[in-house]
Design a protein around this ligand. Structure first.
Ligand code: NI
Length: 174
């Protein structure tokens, strides 16, 4: 497995819409594996292809440890699609590996059902509530060029982007 370079805001690939994959073949499985390694290394609980400069509709997630679980429980999804969302909302603090160090409350449907192709190219459905529901919606947003800061006021969003730019500049000059 190879670690990939994480794309940081503001980069146009984060605002681009990713394209569906034809099928999950060895090339996509390699991307799944590399993305998962990159996500664990960061560390994060979800990663979308846009964040590693690829415009395939591919995401990886693992919320197990953050939820108090012990083992690794990776989830691989290609062409994920929300086929049902609850009317009941949920508000949770979110962050993003492409917007390092910044966090904000985001309100989304509390429960969702997602249809996707798994690691073996089989069509599956994933039902999630709580943290995994926020995570899967956050990652699918990425594939549509949407970031969690897009749910915030322009003022707050710009403030966060400026903070990240300042931080990245600081780390480059070291
Ligand atoms: Ni993100």
């Amino acid at each position: 497995m190879t670690q990939m370079k994480l794309i940081i805001i503001p980069d146009p690939v984060l605002k681009a819409v990713a394209k569906p994959v034809d099928r999950v073949d060895d090339d996509i499985r390699k991307i799944f594996d590399d993305m998962l390694e990159t996500m664990y290394e960061a560390p994060g609980i979800g990663l979308a292809a846009n964040q590693v400069n690829l415009l395939h509709r591919v995401i990886v997630m693992d919320t197990e440890v953050r939820e108090g679980g012990e083992g690794k429980k990776p989830v691989f999804m290609a062409n994920p699609e929300i086929i049902w969302a609850s009317e009941e909302p949920s508000t949770m603090e979110e962050g993003c590996l492409s917007i390092p160090g910044q966090f904000a409350d985001v309100t989304r449907p509390a429960k969702v059902r997602v249809r996707y192709l798994d690691y073996n190219n089989e069509q599956k459905e994933y039902e999630a509530a709580g943290l995994p529901a926020h995570c899967v919606q956050h990652e699918i947003d990425h594939l549509n060029g949407v970031l969690f800061v897009d749910y915030l006021s322009g003022l707050k969003r710009n403030m966060m982007i400026r903070r990240v730019q300042k931080m990245m500049k600081g780390s480059e000059s070291l």
